[in-house]
Write a protein that binds this ligand. Structure first.
Ligand code: C2E
Ligand code: CA
Ligand code: CA
Length: 865
């Protein structure tokens, strides 16, 4: 592709005469003329001077404004000024107003000599689609439209090579054909759509564009009762995503349309492509193509430098500047492009030293490197700042080659360069556009996410906290809808500035789009500091905003998430801050909320669970599951353990690890423990009555529960009430609880229980710091080996006698035998583990392999074969 084909001047693109009208022409009449000439804009002329422009886009704004008078009254609350009553007089009907009241001004004027590429960039940057082309005297020559620019580019190869799919068309916004026309307009305005897809009840698709809106006004249609389908164009024209951009562009131009649907492989609508998308695609491509062209040129040049003279013609006609010097740097020859690029003519340059171009921006070290490369490799290439005759500096991409005679002696140097200042600016601008919000100049989502990642890396090193805030303006949509985007945009700019001023230079404020802002606060020592910042933001954003004669009041809702407390990565932090923002909204807006993670041990969550636990006792939300343990050799069921469950109305079945610790911290464990004991004893009695021989019922005890004064009396009560024989009960205490003498009363209690004939087991054995000698002095008859030890005995590994594989279980079993207590291995999950237990002589086992905890009714009565 030849990059200069993009450089056609816009003066040459003017297609037809200028569509113009006077300032007092009614809007309806202007709209009719535009529809008639199928022009997307009309220029308003006053005494031969262009004073404004009215486009299809503006038409949409004025039409939508009219349909929102109800909202306009709502927004009164936010605005000082009372809104005028809706007009009674037909002369006040908006479509009858003179065009000057709605046109945009000033008109964006572009000199006829502006390159198409530059105009395209300007259109994209300013979000406009029309420019007024003027001559050197400022006289209007005509309008150049986005369509003209696209058309001017000719059948460039990339347009042909690139498919609709790779232009990444935006996902189509759809609206029901039966939806009110006003609603379609509101959506288009809100989401800044130039078109919206309309779906009919029978599945057929149409499209409602700004052009259709103009038509609606032109026809004087009343929107009341009209549906989106009424003014839509049917059907929506679509092309498969495999079609080239080139043919899509041709299709759009041939049909004088600006949008086309894109179909996926299945023939389903997957996108909507506008001419604007093609333009954007082209701009990106341009920079890439130029770089490729420069690279190619250099390679070709290096290959042919020996016969440079043969390439005389090339030198004369090339677009690149060429300069040939002798070994001292005296200029012997230049080409026309050199003069065009530097301003120096042959008369200026020949005989002078090449230093005359030097800008002084590069130091001696730079030139030393340059000469070294030429001497050793025969050439140098790179970017260098030089200066034109008029003094302006420019960046060039320069290649210097040494030219040798037939003996291989260096006789001359050839310098070839292209001015890449523009390319640099393009690149810088593109990267700025890609990372910043056009309206406020704040970083956008891309840059913000990047900044979070950097901040998290820093925070990990310094062990400081980072806060992410998500700020959304309350009811901002109303301002946009009723007062227009102009006012909305102004308010957003003011708020952006206030946010920026409320935080430190090193913090980041970004705009994610619409009325959503985010802040990144670093270097936090104290979380309370974040709360103070949020308070300050509420105040500064909430201060009155003056735009023109109106005063607006806008309040924000703020959600906050903290690193590392809430999440470890940027995506989750943003999501959580967003969620917290919604909390702030539902808490009445104009406030801030910290993210509260569900099911964490955060203080708030605990308080919540504790309240719910109170309710659970009264509400009968607890139940017991039972898990049997078996005799390893005979396969007979030896005991049954009762395990509590909480049937939570919202959270579902909650396992004990998630609420027993909380119940233990409050006194709730006492009533809960009493309930478990009573229910387990009742069930055991029922089994006995059925004739089911289950051994003992095992109940888990918490320290706080059994050290409470009334425990022994309560226990006796329950046994009496349920009629369960004492020798059918086993109580399980965790090792740490049974062993610490600091629990003063424990030892006495254990002896008391044993004296009554109740069996005692030590649970999770091996996880504490047991002293065997002390253990010997306790009336304990069972040790339940914590399941983490058995977990070491892997599924497929051969059993070995050395450490690791089950050596602890082996040691505990041996020790227990010598003490005369029995051992239960917990957590048997694999046949391999069971085999191992048999081998080392462990008598009893419990685990998922044998039976999972389940309701009483589903209790197995023997070990499955
Ligand atoms: P625990 O007393 O050690 O209970 C055994 C736990 O291991 C149970 O979990 C059981 O479901 C699980 N388990 C059994 N076999 C296997 C297996 O093969 N593999 C694995 N991975 N796990 C297995 P659960 O029911 O969630 O109970 C957890 C803990 O909650 C219990 O540990 C006990 O300390 C406590 N707890 C349960 N019910 C009560 C109660 O009524 N009162 C008190 N104070 N604590 C209780
Ligand atoms: Ca247990
Ligand atoms: Ca256990």
């Amino acid at each position: 592709m030849q990059h200069h084909t993009l450089d056609v001047e816009i003066g040459r693109l003017l297609s037809g005469p200028l569509l113009a009208c006077g300032p007092d022409v009614p809007i309806r009449e202007a709209a009719r003329r535009m529809a008639e000439h199928r022009c997307s804009a009309i220029v308003v002329m006053d005494h031969g001077e262009p004073v404004g422009i009215w486009t299809e886009h503006d038409a949409l704004a004025s039409a939508a404004h009219r349909t929102h008078s109800a909202d306009a009254r709502l927004v009164n609350a936010l605005i000082d000024e009372p809104l005028p009553e809706p007009p009674d007089d037909p002369a006040d009907e908006p479509a009858n107003r003179p065009i000057r009241t709605v046109m945009s001004q000033p008109v964006r004027a572009l000199p006829a000599s502006t390159p198409a590429r530059e105009a395209a960039a300007c259109f994209v940057r300013e979000g406009i689609r029309h420019g007024l082309v003027i001559d050197d005297n400022g006289h209007a020559l005509g309008l150049v439209t986005q369509t003209d620019l696209v058309m001017s580019q000719g059948p460039e190869c990339f347009l042909q090579l690139r498919t609709l799919g790779c232009a990444k068309p935006s996902k189509p916004h759809c609206i029901d054909a039966a939806a009110p026309f006003a609603q379609a307009l509101a959506r288009m305005r809100e989401e800044r759509l130039s078109a919206i897809v309309v779906c009919a009840a029978d599945g057929s698709l149409g499209i409602l564009t700004e052009r259709d809106v103009v038509r609606a006004i032109g026809e004087g249609a009343r929107e009341d009762g009209a549906t989106a389908g009424t003014f839509a164009s049917w059907p929506l024209r679509s092309l498969p995503h495999t079609r080239s951009l080139y043919s899509a562009r041709q299709y759009l131009l041939d049909n004088r349309m600006r949008h086309v649907g894109v179909l996926d492989d299945a023939g389903q609508l997957c996108g909507l492509l506008g001419l604007a998308d093609i333009l954007r695609d082209m701009e990106h491509e341009y920079v890439r193509e130029l770089q490729a062209a420069l690279r190619e040129r250099d390679d070709a040049l290096l290959a042919s430098r020996a016969n440079l003279r043969l390439a005389d013609q090339v030198v004369e006609s090339t677009l690149d500047g060429v300069m040939i010097t002798d070994l001292q740097g005296t200029i012997e020859r230049i080409n026309p492009a050199f003069t065009r690029l530097t301003g120096y003519t042959e008369a200026d340059a020949l005989g002078r030293n090449a230093r005359l171009l030097s800008s002084g921006r590069q130091g001696p070290a730079f030139y030393a490197g340059l000469w070294e490369s030429i001497e050793t490799k025969g050439h140098w290439k790179g970017e260098i700042w030089n200066r034109r005759k008029d003094g302006t500096p420019y960046l060039e991409y320069l290649t210097i080659s040494s030219i040798r005679d037939t003996q291989g002696l260096c006789t001359h140097y050839a310098a070839i360069f292209a001015d890449i200042t523009q390319r640099r600016e393009n690149e810088a601008r593109l990267s700025y556009l890609a990372t910043h919000d056009a309206l406020t100049g704040l970083p956008n989502r891309t840059l913000f996410t990047e900044r979070i990642a950097l901040a998290l890396a820093r925070a990990r090193r310094s062990s400081k906290r980072v806060a992410v805030m998500f700020l959304d303006l309350d009811r901002f949509k109303l301002i946009n809808d009723t007062m227009g985007h102009g006012v909305g945009d102004e308010a957003l700019s003011v708020i952006a500035r206030r946010l920026r001023e409320s935080v430190r230079e090193t913090d980041t404020v970004a705009r994610l789009g619409g009325d959503e802002f985010t802040l990144l606060i670093e270097d936090i020592d104290d979380i309370r500091h974040v709360g103070r910042i949020a308070e300050a933001l509420l105040l500064s954003v909430g201060a009155p905003i003056r735009t023109g004669e109106q005063t607006l009041f806008v309040t924000p809702s703020i959600g906050i998430s903290m690193f590392p407390d809430d999440a470890q990565d940027s995506g989750r932090l943003l999501m959580q801050a967003d969620r917290a923002m919604y909390e702030a909204k539902s808490a009445g807006k104009n406030n801030f909320q910290f993210f509260a993670a569900p099911m964490t041990s955060s203080a708030m969550e605990r308080i919540q669970l504790e309240t719910e636990l109170h309710r659970a006792i009264d509400g009968n939300e607890f139940l017991l599951h039972y898990q049997p343990e078996f005799d390893v050799r005979s396969g007979r069921l030896s005991n049954v353990e009762a395990l509590i469950r909480w049937q939570h109305p919202q959270r579902g079945l909650v396992p004990p690890d998630q609420f027993i610790p909380i119940a233990e911290e409050s006194a709730l464990i006492v009533p809960i423990g009493a309930w478990v004991l009573r229910e387990a004893c009742r069930q055991a009695r029922a089994w006995l009555d059925e004739g089911f021989e289950f051994g003992r019922i095992c109940v888990n005890l918490s320290a706080r529960q059994c050290l409470h004064d009334g425990f022994l009396a309560q226990l006796a009560n329950i046994l009496g009430e349920t009629g369960l024989p004492v020798n059918r009960l086993q109580l399980e205490l965790v090792e740490s609880m049974a062993m610490t003498s600091s629990h003063g009363g424990t030892e006495a209690l254990l002896h008391e229980l044993a004296a009554r004939g109740i069996s005692l087991a030590i649970d999770d054995f091996g996880t504490g710091y047991s002293s065997f000698r002390y253990l010997q002095s306790l009336p304990v008859d069972t040790l339940k080996v914590d399941r983490s030890f058995l977990a070491e005995v892997g599924e497929n590994r051969p059993l070995m006698r050395d450490e690791g594989n089950g050596s602890i279980v082996r040691a505990i079993v041996a020790m227990a035998k010598s003490l005369g207590v029995s051992v239960v291995a917990e957590g048997v999950e694999t046949p391999n583990q069971l085999r191992f237990l048999r081998e080392i002589g462990c008598e009893r086992a419990q685990g998922f392999l044998l039976a999972r905890p389940a309701p009483a009714a589903r209790m197995p009565r023997a070990l499955p074969a």
